[in-house]
Design a protein around this ligand. Structure first.
Ligand code: BMA
Length: 294
């Protein structure tokens, strides 16, 4: 089990975990805990399974969910990677109860993943963050946004944030982690950056802060990674040296941010931070400057 999405649900914390079966295909299984720390009730059957007969794009499984509570709809949206014959793509499902799911099907063609919705409409439109692999003409994999009126048809796609190049920790490939978190200071964005080394890739996490009314405006971006593999369960496993988060949950009363993440594509772990510390940190980070990127 690894790479879960996370949300508040009926006063508890619900994770939708990626479970990889022995064929190598993934499905999603929910786990619920009162405090989000211990006593997880893990469903003994898959909660959301690939349905390749009805949804051919789910042929080789469904992976890496992100969960967004959509204020205007009063429902949760789950964006996940469907592993199709043509490569990974972004699919979406809606739910009221995490028992029944309304699948909307593919919303982005392959190759595309690491998608999540902003929790409310901006200027009357839904906004999706995603990470297409665009073309061999443009090096690197960058974070994009697209806009929609109906959650199905997406357009007006543009780059939100570029992967850096050269020696940076987030050179060549970046992607959204947990859905952006709305704060008074802006949308807090957690993303992963991939560094290719002689020994393989290292997946680490960084932060950015986006303007509340124009999320294309990146106010601050961390130059340094803020979370990386250090513990044995993050350094050793199916994929070494990978921390990969798909969900975080803020306790409004205490200000404690709980970040759930996959360790080495093998286990699920939890890290916490105080939201005020995180916001203080990101506001001290520089504004992104393109000349520093290229
Ligand atoms: C990414 C995704 C994640 C995975 C990570 C590290 O590309 O496929 O599911 O956790 O690689 O292997």
């Amino acid at each position: 089990m690894f790479n879960p999405g996370a949300t508040n649900f009926q006063g508890k914390i619900l994770l939708l975990a990626r479970v990889e079966d022995r064929r190598g295909f993934s499905h999603l299984t929910k786990a619920i805990s009162d405090d989000g720390i211990g006593n997880w009730q893990i469903e003994d059957k898959p909660t959301l399974e690939p349905e390749p007969d009805k949804h051919p794009e789910e042929l080789w499984g469904i992976e890496d969910p992100r969960i967004s509570w959509l204020e205007e709809l009063g429902r949760w949206a789950i964006t996940y990677t469907a592993y199709s014959r043509g490569g990974p793509l972004v699919a979406m499902a809606l739910t009221d109860d995490f028992i029944n799911f309304e699948r909307l099907g593919p919303v982005m063609p392959p190759e595309d993943k690491d998608a999540a919705l902003f929790s409310r409409q901006i200027d009357g439109q839904w906004v999706l963050i995603h990470r297409p692999i665009v073309s061999s003409y443009v090096p690197g994999a960058h974070i994009w946004v697209s806009y929609s009126n109906d959650l199905v048809n997406w357009s007006n796609s543009r780059v939100l944030m570029h992967a850096r190049r050269g020696g940076w920790w987030d050179a060549s490939k970046i992607g959204l982690c947990a859905p952006p978190l709305e704060t008074a200071e802006g949308w807090l964005m957690l993303y992963h950056g991939v560094r290719q080394t002689a020994a393989g890739a290292i997946y680490r996490l960084g932060l950015a802060l986006l303007d509340l009314e124009n999320p294309l405006k990146v106010l601050h971006r961390s130059d340094e990674w803020v979370f990386g593999p250090t513990e044995a369960y993050e350094r050793q496993g199916d994929v070494a040296d990978a921390v990969f988060s798909g969900g975080w949950v803020l306790d409004d009363k205490t200000g404690l941010l709980k970040m759930y993440y996959g360790g080495a594509d093998t286990c699920i772990a939890l890290a916490t931070a105080s939201i005020s510390d995180v916001l203080e940190y990101i506001q001290k980070c520089p504004e992104p400057r393109e000349e520093r990127i290229y």
